[in-house]
Design a protein around this ligand. Structure first.
Ligand code: HEM
Length: 476
């Protein structure tokens, strides 16, 4: 797999062992590449280093990270409130909205005249639509307005929205990133003055991000304003329980204690960041599964047998059936997230002086967990370069022998992903629906293996482009 950021960490890990310390400018940084050490850091550290990533809405560090941070007075209230809406019982209530979006996507695939379907693009639209409906009560309609698989180049409102998501997640850790972002990593004090200067200079990444931010800020502000009005109206009726309502309720709760801390700008920024968190990794994972299964006929055959055995194609699985009724699909999904890990690096920051593996880390040290290094460690995943879903068979030796902390696609500890149940439900629902109706083949346009690009998360540099073959309608 071509993973340049991760390759560097893998070779550092090989050379220096499971813990490697150095300085990035004046910033102490430690890279950890061992399951037990990752568990220790993940469980003990609550903070993220977030200085270098400006929020598109406020220009300040990403707020989701900041607001959930143990240093902010709102941490427990905010994260606990948001976590409550992603519990299994509540996640199940989102299934109909997810189903509507996957049906719209299926309609598009069935009727398109294009020979090749750009699935990375389509899934990004679909996952944004799902978050819009379930977290903000808004229908972005990104899937229903898709008119071409090549729409990346279109400049309509919708694709600008999608382009923004793409450009934000492409804040690269190389020299093509916005200069002020790179500077923020090395000399945080100079970041803001430079950003102010660069955003006025056409052609710079800072300038382009600035233009896109203006449109996006407006969209997010509209969503928040509408929801604020609806939440006020709900005083007279049953309260909605979606992400935005929960945030607004925390702000209003307890005699308005949080009102000054959580400004409208903060809410808009949180809204946008939630959109990013909920859409990019999910769409990347969906595209990864389609590609990997298309490349492995024996996996495709077994998966289709399991899905066909579920029943007639017009019966939508319930949340419980999705959780318990597709054991092989579970294995395929886990192996796909190991093979193509969406977040190959998880970042933490020491909020006090700590000792890890005998090393004293001063307060403020950044600690990066090398997740992809763990996921490719032959000790826990023999022949890691092979796509082999059976390695996750709960009755298999490999699964039983494995260190449980060697596989952490959703992170670990008090800051692990809050949306993992939601994501797994959405992904499994989509895959059952798609494999009931289609098989997928790699198009000649697609490189093999696909090139990965590492920004805030992994993405397929040129997208996953597949040919779609309709299956005969089966009567079970
Ligand atoms: C396959 C899909 C997904 C993957 C692989 C994924 C992965 C991750 C990872 C690795 C983290 C960082 C965890 C850590 O630092 O330990 C994270 C954080 C987060 N994820 Fe996800 N995620 C996915 C889907 C979602 C969805 C659908 C949502 C929302 C509906 C979501 C919301 C969040 C939020 C809000 C955070 C920040 C938590 C915090 O700062 O405390 N994610 N995710």
């Amino acid at each position: 797999m071509a993973m340049y950021g991760v390759d560097i960490f893998s070779s550092l890990a090989k050379q220096y062992g499971p813990i490697y310390r150095f300085h990035l400018g004046r910033q102490p940084l430690v890279i950890v590449a061992d399951a037990e050490l990752c568990r220790e850091v993940g469980m003990r550290f609550k903070d993220f280093p977030c200085r270098s990533l400006p929020s598109p809405i406020t220009g300040s560090p990403l707020l989701l990270k900041g607001l959930f941070s143990s240093r902010g007075p709102t941490w427990s209230a905010m994260r606990n409130a948001v976590t409550s809406i992603y519990q299994p019982t509540h996640v199940g209530t989102h299934l109909p909205a997810m189903q509507t979006c996957i049906e719209t996507l299926t309609h598009y695939i069935s009727t398109t005249t294009d020979d090749v379907v750009h699935f990375s693009n389509l899934f990004l639209r679909m996952t944004n639509d799902v978050i819009g409906k379930t977290a903000f009560g808004v229908d972005f309609g990104l899937i229903s307005t898709t008119n071409s698989t090549a729409s990346e180049e279109d400049d309509d409102e919708d694709s600008r929205f999608i382009k923004h998501i793409r450009s934000t997640t492409s804040l690269k850790m190389d020299l093509t990133a916005s200069f002020s972002t790179i500077l923020g990593l090395l000399l945080p004090i100079l970041q803001e003055p430079f950003r102010h200067l660069l955003r006025r200079i056409p052609g710079t990444a800072d300038h382009q991000i600035d233009i896109a931010n203006a449109t996006l800020k407006e969209t997010m502000e509209d969503i928040v304003a509408r929801r604020v009005r609806e939440v006020a109206d709900e005083d007279r009726g049953p309260a909605k329980k979606d992400f935005l309502s929960v945030i607004l309720n925390v702000r209003e709760a307890k005699g308005g204690k949080f009102k000054e801390l959580i400004t409208d700008d903060h809410v808009s920024a949180l809204t946008y960041e939630h959109l990013l968190a909920g859409s990019t990794a999910t769409s990347f994972t969906l595209a990864a599964v389609l590609y990997l299964v298309a490349k492995h006929p024996e996996v495709e055959e077994r998966l289709q047998r399991e899905i066909d055995g579920f029943g007639p194609i017009d019966v939508v699985p319930t949340p419980i059936e999705l959780r318990e009724g597709f054991p092989y699909l579970d294995q395929v999904l886990k192996e796909s997230m190991r093979f193509y890990t969406s977040s190959p690096l998880i970042a933490r920051e020491a909020d006090h002086d700590v000792e890890i593996a005998g090393y004293k880390l001063p307060k403020g040290t950044w600690v990066w967990l090398g997740v992809s290094v763990l996921h490719n460690d032959p000790k826990n995943f023999p022949e890691p370069h092979l796509f082999r879903p059976e390695r996750f068979d709960p009755d298999g030796d490999e699964e039983r022998r494995r260190n449980p902390y060697s596989y952490i696609p959703f992170g670990i500890g008090p800051r692990e992903c809050i949306g993992q149940r939601f994501a797994i439900q959405e992904i499994k629902l989509s895959l059952v629906h798609l494999y009931q109706r289609f098989i997928f083949r790699c198009s000649p346009e697609m490189e093999d293996p696909p090139e990965l690009e590492y920004g805030m998360t992994h993405k397929f540099k040129h997208g996953v482009k597949l040919q779609v073959v309709k299956r005969g309608v089966k009567v079970a």
